[in-house]
Design a protein around this ligand. Structure first.
Ligand SMILES: Cc1cc2nc3c(=O)[nH]c(=O)nc-3n(C[C@H](O)[C@H](O)[C@H](O)COP(=O)(O)O)c2cc1C
Length: 347
């Protein structure tokens, strides 16, 4: 995550002439669902709740995807899991991502997602965390194309809304068969694929090799969304044109920087927001996070965001440390409103 922030600070001004002919501003479809542009807010576990998705949409994301939701949690009626299925009016188009390895349970969870009002269902085939992969779910499905295809088929049969999948290149570089897996998923009824072309074993190291995304996009006839290391209009354009992707997904680059969605959707880089605008954004976002998670859970959630938002802003480390210690979100935000230095009183 530090690397992303450092890259953001060092981001060169790109000379791009966005506007009417900007390819990322064009609508696209996944089966019957229309997206107003080609910028997708990537699924982010523990982050992409409805408050985060609403913020992403407000800033220009054409499709927002939830954090990953446990199909078994839905099956058992776990209260916190069911709360993750909440879709707000006005969120369309949005997708809820499910993870699991049992066809029947995934199909049952898909029905719950459809009933909750989602427009699309995304199947997690990329999570590298052992707690998930040892159950056969997440990236482990990439080593089991029959199992992966069976899950997609069962889910697609269970619901009327489109089912898509988000995959990595493979579990390890040597075992990776991304084109084979993609073709199986398409044949099983996947309406789109999102490709993060690192192997699960690579986690987030190295660079996302979108030549892999290009191989998948060339092999299938369904839309392919490219995910990985995309944070500027120029990077997005290079991936869409170079890989033949229908759209791009933005993950880490938008953490504390929701303006990235608007920049990529419009093709126009804007100047870095002034502190006052950042503080307004934090306040607006924090109020919705408190509503989404409740005041207690919101504190820990927002603590992750303060350094992301305030990187490069004129806020000293002491203020940031005090924000991290504040027991309420309101108290933390209030620190940003205190005068930062005692200004000399004019004579
Ligand atoms: C904190 C974090 C949580 C993530 N959670 C999910 C998830 O729940 N489901 C998923 O498919 N991918 C998840 N990813 C992967 C991202 O969606 C994305 O593919 C990856 O970060 C690469 O894109 P980026 O360089 O734009 O961040 C997560 C990534 C991060 C950093």
């Amino acid at each position: 995550m530090k690397g992303v922030l450092a890259a953001r600070d060092a981001q060169p001004a790109e000379a791009l002439d966005g506007g009417a002919a900007w390819p990322l501003a064009e609508p696209f479809r996944i089966a019957g669902v229309a997206m107003p542009n080609r910028v997708v807010q990537a699924p982010l576990a523990g982050i992409a709740n409805w408050a985060f998705r609403r913020q992403s949409r407000r800033h220009g994301a054409g499709l927002c995807v939830s954090e990953m939701v446990a199909s078994y949690g839905v099956h058992h009626g776990n209260r916190r899991t069911l709360a993750m299925l909440r879709v707000l009016p006005g969120e369309a188009p949005m997708a809820i991502q499910l993870f699991g390895a049992d066809r029947a349970v995934m199909a049952e969870a898909a029905r719950a997602v459809e009933a909750a009002g989602a427009d699309l269902i995304d199947v997690n085939m990329g999570c590298p965390v052992p707690k998930i992969t040892k159950t056969g779910a997440g990236a482990a499905l990439l080593d089991d194309p029959d199992g992966a295809a069976g899950i997609v088929e069962a889910m697609a049969r269970a619901v009327d809304i489109p089912v898509m999948a988000k995959m990595r290149r493979g579990t390890t570089p040597s075992r990776a068969r991304p084109v084979d897996v993609a073709l199986r998923l398409e044949a099983a009824g996947a309406a789109a694929l999102c490709v993060h072309p690192r192997a699960a074993a690579e986690e987030y190291s190295g660079a996302a090799d979108h030549a892999v995304t290009a191989q998948v996009a060339a092999a299938v006839s369904i839309p392919v969304i490219a995910s990985g290391d995309i944070g500027t209009p120029g990077e997005a354009l290079r991936v869409v044109e170079g890989a033949g992707a229908a759209a791009v997904a933005i993950g880490r680059a938008a953490l504390g920087n929701p303006w990235a969605f608007g920049e990529i959707a419009s093709g126009r880089l804007r100047p870095r927001p002034e502190l006052a605008e950042v503080v307004d954004e934090i306040e607006c976002f924090a109020a919705e996070v408190v509503e989404a998670l409740g005041p207690d859970r919101a504190v820990g959630y927002m603590r992750r965001f303060y350094p992301w938002y305030l990187a490069g802003q004129p806020v000293d480390d002491g203020a940031l440390r005090r924000m991290q210690r504040e027991p309420t979100v309101e108290g933390a935000v209030a620190i940003l409103h205190r005068p930062r230095a005692a200004a000399p009183v004019p004579a």
